[in-house]
Design a protein around this ligand. Sequence first.
Ligand SMILES: C[S@@+](CC[C@H](N)C(=O)[O-])C[C@H]1O[C@@H](n2cnc3c(N)ncnc32)[C@H](O)[C@@H]1O
Length: 210
Amino acid sequence: MLMNKAETVLVNSPPRRWLQRFYEVPMLLRFGGRLLPAARALEIGCGSGYGSQLVLERFGAASVDAVDLDPVMIERAGRRLARFGDRVRLVQGSATDLRAALGAEDGGYDAVFDFAIVHHIPHWRAAVAEVARVLAPGGRFYFEEVTAHALARPTYQRLFDHPSEDRFTAEQFLDELARHGLVVLGSTTRICGDYLLGVAAKPVPAGSDQ
Ligand SMILES: C[S@@+](CC[C@H](N)C(=O)[O-])C[C@H]1O[C@@H](n2cnc3c(N)ncnc32)[C@H](O)[C@@H]1O
């Protein structure tokens, strides 16, 4: 589901950008560390591209593919990320079918980033399944999510548009990661369980020389 006007303004506001850069990113780095120099990253629901900029500058990805359902966001991201040249590929499409959107192969990415997007997806479990599929063994999933607890608040209900059925608590989101074989390296909730931040890894199969 696309963002409405109020959410677009809030998400792209200077305070949110400040929080993302100086609070969320350091916490995600504490849980999951920086990427290896040749790492290929994917950002799902990239919005106007600020997250992808951080993935390159702060997490140290070599390249980032970024997908968003909203063509207007992809255009904005294109303007923001133009200076990174061919290190960035931007595609309009859905995080629930990354093969259709990006031709993403199984195990094609060393890291996947989710800056507050999975709660926008009606079939959110399909997006989690795709994240697990496209991660390489040893790869990491960095996530920041908004839970059912936050979405049920009157302010959220009044101001923003989100799917109303089958939203997830922090525990349900973490359980879904585990169901797809991802191992949580660290996670935390904030503001009475409204927000969930964490990093999960796709295990390297036993006996592999990776
Ligand atoms: C709350 S915004 C977050 C944007 C960006 N990650 C950020 O932090 O600024 C959610 C984004 O998810 C996108 N989105 C919603 N459903 C999607 C889907 N199925 N696949 C990809 N992107 C989706 C929206 O268009 C929107 O840009």
